[in-house]
Every structure is written in structure tokens, then in C-alpha cells.
Design a protein around this ligand. Structure first.
Ligand SMILES: Cc1ncc(COP(=O)(O)O)c(C=O)c1O
Length: 687
């Protein structure tokens, strides 16, 4: 709504002090779209003359464009920040302007769009023509940031209004206040104890750390005692304003900042919907924070099976038919949790899945930890929010310019209970958040709102260059969407986030781990992750042409030094999930004992099979649990774990306890009252 876009924030002029520090002078192009060349020419001249006479820190310059050229302009002109669309003098032209605005938003979600219309058509006065319906008027008010009457003569005001909207998008209310506070150099008689770094600065022992980190790491590390910086746990001023701007930028109704990562964000949302218990449908490959939330909230999980790609050892999404079947079979489920995109960049076709869940009264949380950039380039859309997700969690730090641990929760649940949410969030959040992290969320949002499209365009160009260069080595191969989609997912319209580039290295004769070490030791390149025969690199806003050059050079060199294929373990299929003997929480908190996993394999197996596991057991890679608390241990699972421990390629199995180097599993004591099978819920809910 128009009111939402302007309410709550003063439309302040930009801070010129900030702008003079920017690397290049700013240029913001504003296109005036009209088929009426006379009007367009007159207005553009008048607006440019106004810009020349007034303070113009953003470098606003106006140009006339015909409707036919708009889409090309929107895609090619990186400095374009706003459009003024002529809605003509009749209802038909107005409708065309409305459709055009919709298409522009589809291409670039962040541009400001203004409508010029005959006052009567836009709802003022008596219409000479057929007046638009109340509904289409409401749509107009939503689609456009502001309306101008075609008979407008005050170009000063028009210029200022366009500038004010751009200024609002470019503002960083929290980051600016933090900077102002630091520069106001107040005396600190409050936490943190280093007091702006004063405790370290002159120390012969730790002064080097102060100098290494830099003064602003310390003097921006403040506390809730500084009231002008608002409170993350109860925001009313600058943090709230920053969150409102983020909600607008990411297309949410509400946005909440977190300084404890998406690990915490997932727990907050699950507690919001399922605090105290209830049924949750989750994919087995979901992040461990979801499994933790299941224990913490005494939830009853229905696990969905992620599809393994047999050749590359990559776990992809869950088959859509499996999700629908689970929703049909568990009409009492309250939340569906989906990870999209996955670590490897595989994205669900979310809309039909979310609609299916909503038709059955199930809320949907989409874990977009790896997809905070999705809304800012058309090749990556639609996002989960655009597909109707109720809650979306994003690690802003993973792909955008925020500090580690800085995350956001976006909400558009129509039944959202904000008071309860605040309590849930506060239960998980620290009362001493890192202020630099909050500022980095504010700045990361601004960057995406102002230049997200152009920066992602550059990323995607880099991805193309990288892919081509990888393929040209003749040894390495950049995997395409089709390569990464296992056969059972062929008809699920799965997409690929191209910024995650997975390279098949099988023909080199080296394993993923070996290649990772070679890249690091010989070329100083650290990759994101590996599987047995793949290496994945992330192309982010921070990827540069020079880094790309070095990576391509390294791959070309390595392609010349292949070896005869040694023994490389292939992807192991995880054993089937067994059933639950009790709720995960009952098992986790029950009286337990530790049983050996390896010693005299046969006996260990005999002792363990049929017992209830109390912990989550997760081999890496691929980081998917083979056991979760409450699950019955099967022969297949024990043998799988034994083989992993005997093999050479397993790096870690989380959840095992090592007693004098002996791997042990924690299982529920057979007579433990807390976890008696009588209490088991959904015995067959494990799939
Ligand atoms: C799918 C998924 N969700 C959530 C998280 C947790 O995110 P964070 O590191 O921000 O806590 C991760 C981390 O890797 C993840 O892969």
C-alpha cells in the first residue's frame, strides 16, 4: 500500500557525508515512459532543469523512453533506479501502464515506479471516461509508489518526491545511527568490558589484537544501554525502521533480524507454530537446527526422503508426490519445512507445493539459508515468499554482504501472532547482540535494494565464464541442472541456482577432498565443499574478476596433471529410515546408556539392533542423519556406520561419542520410563 511505503520513516535527504565516501559518484537514471513524445520531452527537460538547480546527491537524471523500449532498458541499464509511467487519458492506457509496472517489477523488484495519470482516472474528481473499479484503483495504489496528475506543473515537487523515494531505499537507519554514535565519542561506563577497545589498546600483551582488528570492531561493539541504538529484542526506532526497509526489499509483511544465524531462525519459527508439540513434516536432509527444534519442542516428525543423485552423492529435494502424500496422510500436521535452494542450489517448484499444504491447513516454512539473493534477479525468481510461504529464513551472511551469523526471518503468515513471535524470538536470542552484525544486515539490504540486480547480473556473467572455462579443460565438467537432477525428480520442475557451481572432477583421477587440498595448497584457493567426485564453488557478490582468473588458471593447470584413477569411494546410499519408538524429545532426554559401535562387529550389532537411538547421528558428507533421537536402530544402519568408520573417506560422523577412541552410540535404557513404546506417537511416521 502506498501508505506502508512512506509511513513510519521521514523521507530524509541523504547523508552527504556518507555519499562523499562512496567509491564512485552516484548516477541514478529515471526513465519517463510515454507514447506521448511531446509530454515526455517537456517533462524530461523540466525535470533535468530542476535537477540541475537543486541538491542532487544521487545524481538523478531523467530520460524519455517509449513503452516498446522499457523492458530492454530495465534489463540493460544498471543505473536505472526509477520509472515514471504515463497512464494516458483513458482507462485502457491506464490498464496498459498497470500491466507494464507489473512486468517491470517481475524483472527488477526494487525499482521505484510512479504513475502519471489523468486525475479523474486515478480516482480524483469525476471521470470523463469509464472510471476504474475500486479494486483496480486499489491495485494501482499497490503497484505504484506515488501518483502524479498529468496536468502537474510543479516539477520541483515531483523531482523531490522521486528523490525522497530513492533516498528512503538508500537509507541505512541503524548503520547511520551507529556511525554517528561512534563519532560522537561518548564515555562508556557500560558493557562490553573492553569499553571501545580501551582495555586492549595499550596492552603489551593484547594490543596487537586491537591493531589487527581495527578500532571500529571495538568501538561499534556496544550494548543495549545505548538507547539511541534501539533494542533488537524490543525494537521501536532505528532497528524497527531497518527491519521495515528489509521487509519491503525482500517482499515480506514483516522482517526480523537475527544475530544468531538461520540455525536460530528455524528454531524460532518452529516454536512459533509447534511450541509444546505437534506434527511436523520435514525433509530428512533439512538442516540440523530443524532436528534440534523437533527435540526442543517435543514435535512428532514425519520425515520425507530426499532423493540421492547416485553418481555425485548429492542429496536433492524430495519428490513432490512424496510431499503431497505426506500431507494427505497426516491431516493433523501443522507445519511443512522445505529447504530451497539446497546447498547445491537445487530449487523446488514451490508454488504448487505451498498451495497444496495451505489447502490442507498446513503452514509452510521455507529454509532459504542459501537463497537470500533470489528476489533481486529475474533468473532466480520466484522466491518462497512470492510462492506464498508463511515463513522464510535466510542467512543473509551466506550469499550477501552481511557478517557471519546475520540472518533474517521474513513473515507473511495471515494468522501471524506478532506478540507471541516476539516472545519466541527473545527466548532464543542473546540479550547482548552484536551491533556491527545488525548494521551489516541494514547495509546488505541497502546494497541489494540499490544495486542487487546489477551485482547479480555480474555474478551470472561470471558463472557463464567459469562454466565455459571448466568445460574447456576437457577434464573437469561444470554440472548442469539436468546433470544434478536425479531421475525420480525429472518431472518436478526443479531449478538450479547457477551461483552454486558444482564441478565433476572424476576424470582427473582425484577425489573431491584431494582436489580441495591441491587447490588450497598449490593455488591458495578455498572451495565451498566437496563430495567424492565433485567440488563446489560459490559465486557471490564478493567474487571478483581476478579471483575468477586465478580459479580458471588453477583448473587449467590441474587438468594437465591427471592421474590414473585411484580408488575413489562412490556415493553411498543412506540406509532406510526406520520407525520411531517414541518422540525424539523423549529419547533425547531419557535415561540412556552408551553401547560400542565397533568392538567385535557382530556382538556390537546384536546389542544395538532394536534399541532406540538417543542422539542424531550424521555422517559428513552428505550431512544427512541416518538416525535421529527416538528412531529404532536397524542392522542395516549399524553396518552402514561400521563400514563408514572402516573406510578411508569419511571425515566425520556427528553424534558418536568417543570413549578412549572407541565409538559409542547413546541409546535409551530398556527400562527407561520416559521413553516407553506406549508413549510412541506415529509409530510408522518415519518413512
Ligand atoms: C539449509 C540450511 N539451513 C540453515 C543453516 C544454518 O544457517 P546459519 O549458519 O546462518 O546458522 C544452514 C547452514 O549451513 C543450512 O545449510
Amino acid at each position: 500500500m502506498l501508505m506502508d511505503k512512506t509511513m513510519g520513516l521521514e523521507l530524509k535527504m541523504p547523508d552527504l557525508g556518507n555519499l562523499t565516501e562512496s567509491a564512485q559518484p552516484l548516477e541514478c537514471r529515471v526513465a519517463l515512459i510515454s507514447a506521448d513524445r511531446q509530454l515526455a520531452g517537456d517533462w524530461v527537460n523540466a525535470l533535468n532543469a530542476t535537477a540541475a538547480q537543486h541538491e542532487n546527491p544521487f545524481g538523478l537524471c531523467f530520460e524519455a523512453v517509449t513503452p516498446a523500449g522499457v523492458e530492454r532498458l530495465v534489463q540493460e541499464e544498471d543505473n536505472l533506479q526509477a520509472l515514471i509511467v504515463d497512464g494516458g487519458c483513458d482507462a485502457q492506457s491506464l490498464e496498459a501502464a498497470d500491466e507494464l509496472a507489473d512486468r517491470i517489477h517481475g524483472l527488477r523488484s526494487q525499482l521505484n515506479i510512479f504513475l502519471v495519470a489523468h486525475g479523474s482516472l486515478a480516482g480524483a474528481g469525476t471521470a470523463p471516461q469509464a472510471a476504474p473499479s475500486a479494486q483496480s484503483l486499489a491495485n494501482l495504489r499497490q503497484r505504484f509508489d506515488e501518483l502524479f496528475d498529468r496536468r502537474e506543473g510543479n516539477f520541483n515537487h515531483m523531482f523531490r518526491l522521486v528523490q525522497a523515494f530513492i533516498a528512503r531505499r538508500a537509507s541505512t537507519p541503524f548503520a547511520d545511527t551507529l556511525k554517528e554514535y561512534v563519532f560522537s565519542a561518548r564515555d562508556a561506563w557500560h558493557t562490553p568490558g573492553h569499553s571501545g577497545g580501551d582495555s586492549l589498546r595499550n596492552s603489551p600483551w593484547v594490543g596487537d589484537f586491537y591493531r589487527f582488528m581495527g578500532e571500529h570492531v571495538f568501538n561499534t561493539d556496544l550494548s543495549v544501554s545505548v538507547q539511541v541504538l534501539d533494542s533488537l529484542l524490543e525494537p521501536h526506532s532505528v532497528i524497527q525502521e531497518a527491519q521495515d526497509l528489509a521487509a519491503q526489499a525482500f517482499g515480506a509483511r514483516h522482517t526480523f533480524f537475527l544475530t544468531n544465524g538461520t540455525s536460530t531462525a528455524n528454531k524460532v519459527v518452529i516454536q512459533q507454530i509447534l511450541g509444546g508439540g505437534g506434527k511436523i513434516i520435514v525433509d530428512q536432509a533439512c538442516h540440523k537446527s530443524v532436528h534440534h527444534a523437533i527435540v526442543m519442542n517435543r514435535c512428532e516428525p514425519v520425515y520425507l526422503k530426499s532423493v540421492l543423485h547416485p553418481e555425485f552423492g548429492i542429496y536433492g529435494p524430495v519428490k513432490r508426490s512424496d510431499i503431497e502424500q505426506a500431507l494427505d496422510e497426516h491431516s493433523d500436521a501443522r507445519l511443512l519445512v522445505i529447504t530451497s535452494c539446497t546447498y547445491d542450489g537445487l530449487r523446488y517448484d514451490l508454488k504448487p507445493i505451498i498451495d497444496y499444504a495451505h489447502e490442507r491447513g498446513v503452514k509452510v516454512l521455507v529454509d532459504e539459508a542459501w537463497f537470500a539473493h533470489g528476489y533481486f534477479h529475474p533468473e532466480l525468481r520466484p522466491t518462497a515468499l512470492e510462492c506464498g510461504a508463511d515463513y522464510v529464513t535466510q542467512s543473509t551472511h551466506k550469499m550477501l554482504s552481511a557478517f557471519s551469523q546475520a540472518s533474517m526471518i521474513h513473515v507473511q503468515d495471515p494468522d501471524f501472532d506478532e506478540f507471541r513471535f516476539r516472545e519466541n524470538l527473545n527466548m532464543h536470542a542473546s540479550t547482548s547482540p552484536q551491533y556491527a552484525m545488525i548494521a551489516s544486515l541494514d547495509v546488505a539490504r541497502k546494497q541489494m535494494a540499490m544495486e542487487g540486480y546489477s551485482r547479480l547480473k555480474q555474478c551470472l556473467q561470471m558463472v557463464d565464464t567459469l562454466r565455459r572455462a571448466v568445460d574447456e579443460t576437457g577434464v573437469f565438467r561444470a554440472l548442469t541442472r539436468d546433470d544434478l537432477i536425479a531421475e525420480p525428480l525429472a518431472n518436478d520442475n526443479i531449478r538450479l541456482d547457477p551461483t552454486k557451481v558444482t564441478i565433476d572432477i572424476s576424470a582427473s583421477g582425484y577425489s573431491g577432498k584431494e582436489m580441495q587440498i591441491k587447490l588450497f595448497d598449490q593455488y591458495g584457493i578455498q572451495v565451498e565443499k566437496t563430495t567424492y567426485n565433485t567440488v563446489t564453488v560459490l559465486v557471490t557478490l564478493g567474487s571478483t574478476e581476478s579471483k575468477l582468473l586465478r580459479l580458471i588458471h588453477a583448473l587449467k593447470q590441474l587438468a594437465r596433471n591427471t592421474r590414473k584413477r585411484g580408488h575413489i569411494a562412490s556415493a553411498r546410499k543412506l540406509p532406510e529410515f526406520t520407525h520411531f519408538n517414541c518422540l525424539p524429545a523423549d529419547a533425547y532426554f531419557a535415561e540412556t546408556e552408551e553401547l560400542p559401535l565397533m568392538d567385535n562387529g557382530v556382538e556390537a550389532t546384536r546389542n544395538l539392533v532394536g534399541r532406540t537411538c538417543a542422539d542424531e547421528i550424521v555422517p559428513y558428507p552428505p550431512g544427512i542423519p541416518v538416525l535421529v533421537p527416538g528412531q529404532e536402530i536397524s542392522t542395516q544402519i549399524v553396518q552402514f556406520l561400521q563400514q563408514l568408520l572402516q573406510g578411508q573417506n569419511t571425515t566425520e560422523i556427528h553424534g558418536l561419542i568417543f570413549r578412549s577412541d572407541e565409538p559409542m552410540l547413546r541409546v535409551v535404557k530398556e527400562d527407561a520410563p520416559q521413553a516407553s513404546p506406549k508413549k510412541a506417537a506415529g509409530k510408522k511416521s518415519g518413512r
